[in-house]
Design a protein around this ligand. Structure first.
Ligand code: ATP
Ligand code: MG
Length: 356
């Protein structure tokens, strides 16, 4: 199989972790006989410095011409003081918009070898395998009006929760499709006892469910879901929810695994290309020290192989390698523990490649 992959390293440790992930892709290509070609684009603070914009047009074009996009991270203290429209994070928001990435997928997996990295009890998180599907382009974060004003001499403020029904349908449908190939259960999270938008969300979920008789649908109110996530996360398979609820719950779910350095994500559009990135940021405090954990980005590559290219066996090979390397006791600093082998970013990448 031939695939073109756009690599946007970005800032800080983004450069270090994407370098490692590209090497892993190359190793997969060699082992399974695929031709992956890589083209590099600028995004974030580095792009501002060199080209005066956090997302140059040529980067957008490069992404649109590729089969998949791998992003590292953007931002850092160096750009904290620049005007808002030049902020590195703007580059990220803009590329999401340009590629119409309407759903963000964050899997949370239990790694027995990292059980002590989570603040939660082992019995609670053991064997957790859940996938958060968050609507990414609608809802409260994009609705207009969103403004302050004065009414009868009082300061007032309004934010708008706006959705087109189709925007709900496509993300809920995606959740069902994903559930079909996993545990066969969708938990749809809403606040239908209070919000009109949530009542529509629930109706749409029921409608979509009719096309997936083999998937079980369950509704859960968001406040309860927040509690269940840390009380009994094993009950979840695929969790689907609107933008703001998903923002909050996906950060909560990330606590289950332990380290930010372990968590991958994928953002999905209708036509592709999809964008893959670790959920962590550019970690300027550890930049350039060769100590960043590359596994979140490597696991993002596994998602790319599975979701963009349909290469399930290859995806599993990456995931199995990560597991094996952890089981063999290799640890970057963020997941280090006594008695384990402390390795650098590049050494960790070498271990994963060797296992592949
Ligand atoms: P952003 O606003 O871009 O999300 P952030 O302020 O949330 O960034 P991160 O850059 O994600 O922060 O870093 C948070 C902490 O986690 C930092 O101390 C950082 O060093 C650490 N960290 C993040 N990613 C990794 C990684 N891959 N390996 C090791 N440590 C990491
Ligand atoms: Mg953050």
């Amino acid at each position: 199989m031939k695939k073109r992959i756009a690599i946007l390293p970005g800032d800080g440790i983004g450069k270090e972790v994407t370098r490692g992930a590209v090497e892993v892709l190359q190793a997969i290509g060699e082992r399974f006989g695929h031709q992956f070609s890589f083209s590099y684009g600028k995004i974030g603070g580095g792009a501002v410095d060199e080209m005066g914009t956090p997302l140059p047009d040529e980067t957008t074009r490069l992404c649109k011409d590729s089969d998949a996009v791998l992003l590292g991270a953007v931002g850092g203290p160096k750009w904290d003081q620049i005007p808002v429209h030049l902020r590195p994070e703007r580059g990220l928001l803009k590329i999401r918009k340009e590629l119409d990435l309407y759903a963000n997928l964050r899997p949370t997996l239990y790694y027995s070898s990292l059980a002590d990295a989570s603040p939660l009890k082992k019995e609670v998180i053991e064997d957790v395998d859940l996938l958060m599907v968050r609507e990414l382009t609608g809802g409260l974060y994009f609705g207009k009006p969103s403004e302050r004003s004065t009414q009868d001499g009082r300061d007032v403020v309004v934010d708008t929760l706006f959705y087109q029904k189709e925007e709900m349908t496509r993300v809920i449908k995606l959740a069902f499709e994903l559930a079909q190939n996993r545990g066969g259960k969708v938990t749809s999270v809403d606040k239908a006892n209070v919000l009109e938008s949530s009542r529509m969300w629930r109706e749409v979920a029921e409608e979509v469910a009719k096309d997936f008789p083999e998937v079980t649908l369950e509704h859960m109110l968001v406040d309860n879901a927040a509690m269940q996530m840390v009380r009994n996360p094993k009950q979840f398979d695929v969790v689907v929810t609107e933008n703001m609820f998903g923002d909050i719950l996906s950060d909560e779910a990330s606590v289950l695994t332990g380290s930010l350095g372990m968590l991958p994500s994928a953002s999905i559009s209708e036509k592709g290309p999809y964008l893959y990135e670790p959920i962590h940021g550019s970690a300027p405090d550890i930049e350039g020290q060769n100590i960043a954990n590359p596994l979140a980005t490597i696991l993002s590559v596994a998602m790319m192989l599975r979701l963009s290219f349909g290469l399930e066996e290859e995806a599993q090979a990456v995931e199995a390698s990560v597991n094996e390397v952890l089981n063999n006791g290799f640890r970057t600093k963020d997941i280090a523990s006594p008695g384990k082998k402390l390795v650098s970013t590049t050494e960790m990448v070498e271990e994963v490649k060797a296992t592949i």
